[in-house]
Structure formats: structure tokens, C-alpha cells
Design a protein around this ligand. Structure first.
Ligand code: 6PG
Length: 259
């Protein structure tokens, strides 16, 4: 059940759902709609996916009817917002999450899957991914993703851009290596210029642990203090989908009961 809310002026659009299942179905509908519009407009669509637990149900839904049968898979290109520097079959791999959830069971041409080759190690993987982005989007132009699916950590991180990271000031590179402590892992992430250049960003946040961060970013505080709050596309749109628990810190007026 969707509980439509009015988007606060000059802030991202917000949609609040009764639970994570309803949110995941709405996110699948949104991905379908966004992909279709891009394919109709330009013949293809470029999407970037995140890892984490929140999008797991969304990804699983994409392998089921109706999405499996109506998404124009052959015209879609899949990239990742970030990736851990592990082999593609590793349980921590964001590619593996998407591959096992839906990519391996829908007809996306192998050449349309642009994974980060984390097994190369952070520096080489970042260079390779940067080359892949340049080859696909063109040299000298900032990648414009039709849709980037992002999560938000309870600390306000998104992709692998963490609070107080020097990487938040990056303005040149499109992808970069990052060493995340804890848990002391190497990752590769898209940089803020790419995230903020997207045509559409979809944030997914569920559960009470995201309530404080959602409130700070969406209503109360200084959103640009946090990486997830910094993602404010120049020309594109940001939509936050939250379940009731993640939205529990938002003002009551933000929630309208569905008709
Ligand atoms: C990752 C993600 C990361 C994630 C957030 C939220 O590689 O883990 O890109 O940025 O989106 O940490 O994770 P949850 O969805 O598990 O809360």
C-alpha cells in the first residue's frame, strides 16, 4: 500500500509505504517505468545498483512476473554504485547479489553488465571501472545514469561515500578506490559528481535504524552534512522511498493515509 506524501519544497520527493514489501514493489514499478521511459526516449537505459540488504527484495522481484516479462532487459545496461574488492562470486560482492537475485535469470546481454572487477584490487579496479564508464558514456563527459538505486547507512553514507571522507570533495574522478574502516575493506565507488549527475536517483530506506538519518536528510537538519544528503542532482530528481519505520522520525504532516 502506498501512502503518498507531498514532496517538501526544495527537498527530495518522498513516498512512504506501510512495509518493506510494499516499498520493494513500488521500487520495482519505478525501475520499470524509468527504464521504459529511457528506452523509449533513447533506445537504451543505464542503471547503477547498490548493495546492502534493503534492495534485496527489489532485486528478487525483478526476476518474477510481471517485471521479468515486461522490463526491456535487452536495452538495459547495468553498472554498480559501488563494489567491494572481492571476486564476483564472493558473498560480499554487490555484483553477486544482483546476479543471483535477478541478472542471471533475465535476458540482459552479457556485454550490458558492467561490473566493477573488484578482484583486481582497489586501484586497478577503479581504473578499469573508470575506463568502462568512459567507453560507455564517452570521453570527457560526466556519466549520466538514467537511474541510480542507492541505500543510506545509519551514519548517512551512500554507495561507499562516508561522512568526513576526503572523497566527498572529489570533482574529477568518476570512480575511485576507498578503504572503509571499519570493517577494513577495500571498495570502489562512484564519486559524488556522478551521483549528482543522474537523471533519477532512488533512495531506499527501511527499518527503524534509518529513522534518524532520514529525518536529518529529509526534514530537520543539514542534509549536506551527510553523503546521502549531498546527492542532489543538478538536473535530475531524487526520490526517497521509506517504509513506516524509516519514516517514523518525519513530521506527521509528511504522511497522508492512502485513499
Ligand atoms: C553497499 C551499499 C551501501 C548500502 C548502505 C545501506 O555496498 O553496502 O552500496 O552503501 O546501500 O550501507 O545498506 P543496507 O541496505 O544494508 O541498510
Amino acid at each position: 500500500m502506498e501512502i503518498p506524501v507531498t514532496a517538501a519544497p526544495a527537498r527530495p520527493a518522498i513516498r512512504i509505504f506501510s512495509d518493506s514489501e510494499a516499498l520493494s514493489r513500488a521500487a520495482a514499478d519505478f525501475l520499470l517505468q524509468t527504464a521504459r521511459q529511457a528506452v523509449e526516449a533513447r533506445g537504451s537505459a543505464a542503471l547503477a545498483l547498490s548493495g546492502g540488504s534493503t534492495p534485496e527484495r527489489l532485486y528478487a522481484l525483478l526476476a518474477t512476473a510481471p517485471y521479468r516479462d515486461v522490463i526491456p532487459w535487452g536495452r538495459l545496461h547495468f553498472f554498480w554504485a559501488d563494489e567491494r574488492c572481492v571476486p564476483p562470486e564472493h558473498r560480499e560482492s554487490n555484483f553477486r547479489l544482483a546476479a543471483e537475485s535477478f541478472l542471471s535469470s533475465v535476458p540482459v546481454p552479457p556485454g550490458n553488465i558492467h561490473r566493477v572487477r573488484g578482484e583486481l584490487g582497489p586501484e586497478q579496479a577503479a581504473r578499469q571501472y573508470t575506463d568502462e564508464l568512459r567507453t560507455f558514456f564517452g570521453a570527457g563527459t560526466l556519466p549520466v545514469f538514467d537511474l541510480i538505486v542507492l541505500g543510506a547507512g545509519a551514519d548517512g553514507h551512500t554507495a561507499s561515500l562516508f561522512p568526513r571522507s576526503a572523497l566527498l570533495q572529489e570533482r574529477i574522478r568518476t570512480a575511485a578506490p576507498v578503504f572503509v574502516t571499519p570493517p577494513n575493506v577495500d571498495r570502489v565507488t562512484l564519486t559524488m559528481p556522478v551521483l549528482t549527475n543522474a537523471a533519477q536517483v532512488l533512495f531506499l530506506a527501511t527499518g527503524p535504524s534509518k529513522a534518524a538519518i532520514a529525518r536529518e536528510i529529509l526534514e530537520a537538519g543539514n542534509p549536506s552534512r551527510l553523503p546521502a544528503g549531498l546527492v542532489q542532482p543538478h538536473r535530475g530528481n531524487v526520490l526517497w522511498m521509506l517504509d513506516r519505520d524509516a519514516a517514523s522520525g518525519l513530521a506527521k504532516t509528511a504522511v497522508h493515509a492512502a485513499p
